[in-house]
Design a protein around this ligand. Sequence first.
Ligand code: C2E
Ligand code: CA
Ligand code: CA
Ligand code: CA
Length: 278
Amino acid sequence: EATKKEERVSFYTGSMQEERAARLVLEHDLKKAIEQGELFIEYQPQLDLQQGAISSAEALVRWRHPKRGLIAPLDFIPLAEESGLIVPIGKWVLETACTETVRWQKKHRKPMRVAVNLSIGQLYEKDFSRFVKQTLEKTGLAPAHLQLEITESMTMNTKLIVPALQELKALGVTIAVDDFGTGYSSISYLKDFPIDYLKIDRSFIRNILDNPDDEALVKMILSMAKHLKLKVVAEGIETPEQLDYLFHNDCEKIQGYFISRPLPYEALEADYQAIQQF
Ligand code: C2E
Ligand code: CA
Ligand code: CA
Ligand code: CA
């Protein structure tokens, strides 16, 4: 996605060989990251505009590297995807997100849904839905409290993805299409895929109040979603004006720095009350 690439600071400044070497070192480190406890999850709350409350959060993985410090997901998820490490990392994220969400629910005695990002490589795994089922049982998270986010680019692989999503839906989890509008794919998949939510990409939200083209696109997505009985999450809300706009245009949920940055699990607990009041 363009916005992410612009903001992304490159790790590598050296020659091709140096880049290759640096990648190999990073891949080697990433292999050990899970067992050494270097990965952790931050949760970004989503505000339900109808309830006026936080009822869900997106799980976003981070890597605390012993030498390099904090590494953002865009600087290691692509490497994880290319090397196949995304499978164990994805399992770790799912299990940890479910465990921490159950702990949160017990402590606050409130429902909370968690949204977990998936990579295509995870859906290629034969027993992925069985792993999800087992994880729900093991952690005690209700299936309705788990949302799985796929990206629009993944929908091009219809033959693989439709049966995989149907198996997941049968467990009772919900499915969201992330970064909607940026995947350069035909939107005909919306008819056939078992989808519950569309997430409008931040790049459309950013100038929604001063760019009539962006406004038209967002309105079109909201109206299409309504007809298709899909709910919408708008991403990248940074100002009260953007919140107002989406509220008045019947968007179900919003997520963004204006509501909250992604927070460590403990901070999500602490901030819940404060956020609810606003
Ligand atoms: P995403 O799924 O689109 O997640 C939203 C990203 O936008 C997050 O970046 C979040 O911190 C950022 N964001 C949220 N609100 C705002 C805002 O108001 N303004 C701005 N400028 N940015 C905002 P993050 O955490 O760096 O994650 C980047 C991407 O990495 C995610 O994009 C997702 O594609 C991927 N990712 C993160 N965790 C996982 C994971 O566990 N598995 C997989 N497969 N991918 C992951
Ligand atoms: Ca996402
Ligand atoms: Ca997104
Ligand atoms: Ca995005």
